[in-house]
Design a protein around this ligand. Structure first.
Ligand code: GAP
Length: 462
């Protein structure tokens, strides 16, 4: 019988295990490892890249393909800096940093205060400095802090032919607002409608930490959902929260590991009517996964004023023009990947043996089917297994493996979360042209005729 071990382990241990497992199994590597790494950045290895693509595809399918009120776009990373002036990022996209004078370690000031006192002082520099005076550095125990001060999160660069600083975008949303006019001029959209985008964003975080949870180069999947300013928005807001939670569960998060955090009124941006974070219970504690904000008409109005362009919508039914308000559901793709790995990572005891298995939902799994010849040194078995592989590979991400004994091959596929393994054995050749299909979760095996494999997997995966 399988026995869950996950809850028994301490949380740091689980995180350390996940980081080293991700590297060992080809999911996520420290970037520039041979040079000693770089700035806590990570590369996605072969299975990580598949996992990432699968989650992107699922998100695009749910929020663009299957909806009549949504369209997609893909804007550049380097955008006119006027955009970031109008949105307030150039001036105000800051975090507070503080250094320990003794051990020279750098911290995000609001994070260190909240970790040591439980108080949320984000944005309150004076409060942070006061609180820090009586706090000890968690690294060295000294209480000798520099003054907490704001640091811009914007990455600057230069561009040929352009005078002045250019920025790597700190969020994908900006590109959507500045393309609003082109979209309503070229597409027959009717408010309410949304524009979705997936892409890289860059933030000069004071400290990158918690594996891929907080990194400086990451991917966002953002939506700007434009609504009539006069509409009752509360129900739509609730719908979006629910859709985001459902999406988290579709990649494997358990309901009990998801919670909502509504920003208190004194923490809301001046233009926001309501902001709610959807948090996931990572091994290091609850952290923001999704955000949902009612941003009013702040963005379209700011860009309209700064560009001298009318960013309005004409409602032909009521014959009126207005600047739509916007609901902004947003999520970090890297945080979703961490969620998928953390929620599916399982260690089980099977008849006295331990097995590690990623119990990914099928759509998330990097490899869907692994195909094995029972023995590597029997050309007929290998030839037949290759034929099975060739027949399935255009419909599913498959892996061919003839290395080691069959038990080890099953374990290897369990570890990377492959839902099914197909084995070609002597009965395949000598008896009925059928193969063994082994299920990752139940570990049960059944015989399936090769001629029926396509239909068999079609049913399993749909
Ligand atoms: N356009 C709104 C916006 O950017 P945000 O809460 O700053 O809002 C959206 O970011 C999402 O991006 C977050 O909910 C989080 O999932 C992800 N995110 C933000 N900073 C991140 C970082 N440094 N590393 C990884 N993901 C990050």
């Amino acid at each position: 019988m399988a026995k869950e071990k996950k809850q028994e382990q301490n949380t740091n241990e689980i995180m350390e295990k996940i980081v080293s497992f991700s590297k060992r199994k080809g999911f996520i590597f420290p970037a520039c490892d041979i040079y000693g790494g770089f700035a806590n950045a990570y590369s996605y290895g072969p299975y990580g890249a598949e996992l990432k693509n699968n989650i992107k595809k699922m998100w695009w399918q749910k929020f663009v393909q299957e909806r009549e009120d949504m369209i997609g776009m893909d804007g550049p990373i380097l955008l006119n800096p006027k955009l970031w002036e109008a949105s307030g990022h150039t001036e105000g996209f800051n975090d507070a940093m503080v250094d320990c004078r003794k051990c020279k370690k750098r911290f995000r000031a609001d994070h260190i205060v909240s970790e040591l006192t439980g108080q949320d002082m984000e944005g309150d520099l004076e409060g942070m400095n006061k609180a820090l005076a009586s706090l000890e550095c968690p690294e060295c125990g000294a209480s000798d802090w520099t003054e907490a001060k704001n640091m811009s999160q914007m990455f600057k660069t230069q561009m040929n032919g352009f005078d002045g600083d250019v920025y790597l975008r700190p969020e994908t949303a900006g590109a959507i607002f500045v393309d609003f006019k082109n979209i309503i001029d070229s597409m027959r959209v009717k408010v309410p409608f949304g524009i979705a985008q997936i892409g890289k964003a860059f933030r000069n975080e004071i400290v990158a930490r918690n594996f891929i949870f907080r990194i400086r180069e990451f991917e966002q999947m953002e939506i700007e959902y434009f609504i009539d300013p006069d509409m009752e928005w509360e129900e739509k807001f609730e719908d979006w929260l629910k859709l985001q939670e459902d999406f988290a569960m579709s990649i494997g998060a358990k309901k009990e590991d998801i919670r909502r955090y509504e920003h208190p009124e004194n923490k809301l941006s001046h233009y926001s009517k309501k902001t709610v974070d959807i948090e996931y219970n990572f091994p290091f504690g609850f952290g923001e996964l999704f955000g949902l904000a009612h941003r009013g008409n702040f963005d379209l109005l700011s860009h309209s004023k700064a560009s001298n362009q009318k960013l309005e919508y004409f409602d032909p039914v009521n014959n009126r023009k207005f600047i739509p308000h916007v609901l902004e559901p947003t999520v970090g793709l890297d945080r979703l990947i961490l969620t998928a790995i953390c929620s599916s990572y399982t260690e089980e005891e099977i008849d006295g043996d331990m097995r590690t298995v990623l119990k990914f939902p099928y759509k998330v799994a990097p490899i869907k089917i692994a195909i094995f010849p029972l023995l590597k040194n029997k050309p007929d078995l290998v030839k037949k297994a290759k034929e099975v592989f060739d027949n399935l590979k255009s419909d599913y991400m498959c892996e061919f493996d003839d290395n080691g004994n069959i038990g080890k091959r099953y374990r290897r596929q369990d570890e990377i979360g492959t839902p099914f393994c197909v084995t070609v054995d002597f009965d395949t050749l000598e008896q009925d042209d059928s193969v063994t299909v082994r299920d990752r979760d139940t570990m049960q095996q059944e015989r399936v005729a090769i001629s029926e494999l396509s239909e068999y997997f079609c049913k399993k995966f749909n």
